[in-house]
Design a protein around this ligand. Sequence first.
Ligand code: GDP
Ligand code: MG
Length: 149
Amino acid sequence: MEQTFIMIKPDGVQRGLIGDIISRFEKKGYYLKGMKFMNVEKSFAQQHYADLSAQPFFAKLVDYIISGPVVAMVWEGKDVVLTGRRIIGATRPWEAAPGTIRGDHAVEVSRNVIHGSDSVENGKKEIALWFPGGLAEWKSNLHPWIYEN
Ligand code: GDP
Ligand code: MG
């Protein structure tokens, strides 16, 4: 099944949103496959956001990501990359629909609480970067109650 990399950013951690965010993915019917609570090095944050290195906000973005601990996670499930992005909401919180994480909990694009992979391919890259030691292996007993196959 598909996997995505989800990170609760430092503002999400400081604001006490960890439980709410995990709950949304759990209740949807996705499976937690990896989770770490950690501070990231500047060079690591730059690597994670390498695709945005030419953007004028890149330095600010990196400083934001290293400003406090983050929760790095891998979630698995059917269409979890795209559906995960829908659960998260639009990048700019003022464009994020109510009911989404950013729509409910964020105001500024530079303080938008959470990251989610934008494609299956980038998800694989991000999971390899953040979880080089691999992921937990388990299968939920609820599986047949959530998925037809
Ligand atoms: P995402 O995939 O929805 O997180 O959005 P992007 O990949 O386009 O950008 C990565 C992150 O950079 C966003 O989540 C924001 O935190 C930040 N960001 C994007 N656009 C801007 C901007 O115009 N200004 C600032 N300060 N940060 C931005
Ligand atoms: Mg992105």
